[in-house]
Write a protein that binds this ligand. Structure first.
Ligand code: CU
Length: 138
């Protein structure tokens, strides 16, 4: 009887652990967060490139090129910022929360990192506030 009970319990445990694995592989959450972090990195790089372009344009060395640099630079900053915001609040994130299967500490760190990235972008936007006036003036 004991052997039968032990066998039954073993079978149930194996059955359920396989079921859990079939529903969501443990690597899925980590993979998704890794992909999100990659996108956030790209967003920050794009925004910083845009900031460089704005700065170059603000030097006022070449009228036509200056305006293009400032307009495109502003566009890149906005796109980079939107990319990070979309990762933090977008569909993929909502889906991951629904699916579960991710490390909460890593997720919290990912959000903290994203907020810091947005703060950096906020700073570079402040740094080049004058760009909008310069672009509309020319
Ligand atoms: Cu999240």
């Amino acid at each position: 009887m004991k052997t039968l009970a032990a066998t039954l319990i073993f079978v149930i445990v194996v059955f359920f652990s396989q079921n859990v694995q079939a529903e969501k592989p443990p690597e899925k959450g980590l993979h998704d967060m890794h992909a999100m972090m990659h996108e956030m990195d790209n967003g920050l790089c794009e925004a910083l490139q845009g900031s460089n372009m704005q700065m170059l344009g603000q030097m006022g060395m070449s009228e036509k090129l200056d305006k293009d640099l400032m307009v495109r630079g502003t566009k890149k900053i906005n796109e980079g910022k939107a990319m990070i915001q979309d990762v933090l609040e977008g569909e993929a994130m909502k889906t991951l929360y629904k699916e579960g299967g991710f490390d909460k500490k890593v997720m919290d760190d990912l959000h903290k990192l994203g907020e810091k990235m947005l703060q950096v972008i906020g700073q570079i936007e402040k740094l080049h506030e004058g760009v909008h006036k310069q672009v509309s003036r020319k």
